[in-house]
Design a protein around this ligand. Sequence first.
Ligand SMILES: Nc1nc2c(c(=O)[nH]1)N[C@H]1C(S)=C(S)[C@@H](COP(=O)(O)O)O[C@H]1N2
Ligand SMILES: [Mo]
Length: 319
Amino acid sequence: MRIKRKRGWELPERLATPEAVYHGRRQFMVGAAGSILLAGLSAPRRAEAATDPSAGLYPASRNERFVLDRDLTPEEYATTYNNYYEFGSSKDVAEAAQALPVRPWTIAIDGMVEQPMTVAIDDLLAKMPLEERLYRHRCVEAWAMAVPWSGFPMKAFVDYARPLDSAKYVRMETFNNPDVADGQNASWYPWPYIEGLTMAEATNELAFLVTGLYGKPAPAQNGAPLRLALPWKYGFKSIKSIVRFTFTDERPVSFWQELQAEEYGFWANVNPEVSHPRWSQASERLLGSDERVPTQLFNGYAEFVADLYKGLESEILYR
Ligand SMILES: Nc1nc2c(c(=O)[nH]1)N[C@H]1C(S)=C(S)[C@@H](COP(=O)(O)O)O[C@H]1N2
Ligand SMILES: [Mo]
């Protein structure tokens, strides 16, 4: 039986979801039996998470340089209201994401580097300076949260990767496994999820590779075992569950840009004065409440990043 899937824009906030772009194509639910199987898997998967080999590394000591102007979002909201299209286009993907095997997890480093290599996540964790940072996060859909991420500066990772001077960008790729991530069976999306940064952005002190949150290893729905946090950019730049970093001299085309370039670009810096083509970016809703607060230029991080964009005013910097 073919069941028509609920369209993403039935709820007000989803009016603003990036996926509201797909050309009016009708979608059909596939593998209803498959989701029952996943539900059955979730308890053992949770037990597995409890024995995460990196669990002893948390909580990491807090870097006090990054301060918030608002309360932390309660953990239950940050871990149950997620964008993770690999596991579906609703916000309710936490359960389905438990099917993602986060160990073993190997990360490839290739392209313009001295020596291409692969590294297992736990070997990488042993080499990187783990710390906790409190960051704001601003989704392009106009919801926002404040999260205690754990991880390491992307700069430390770039130093480890040893890119050549000819590298101008880093391109990142999420896993591609439609057997565990049913959303990847939706063929109108350009899987795998891709994102990219200039080398100056990737080595800016704010760019942070995340392995944990709320003093614990990151749950799958938040992008375990390795994701980005780029607090001055719209949330879609903060790619989850990364398996590959490619250093290149060509500007990467990201997942959302490939899907809808008029709405989602390469730079995607937060700016309250530049509207999305379909909604205002002037204010944002704090996750877990009905409160709206004004949005800030670069999401409040201008002092760290504004200089990165000097001389680039002819580019589309704010979407
Ligand atoms: N691979 C992948 N990464 C992703 C996404 C996604 O769908 N797939 N969604 C992005 C978007 S739109 C946002 S707002 C954040 C959400 O992160 P959170 O679920 O931890 O809040 O992840 C980003 N990274
Ligand atoms: Mo987002």
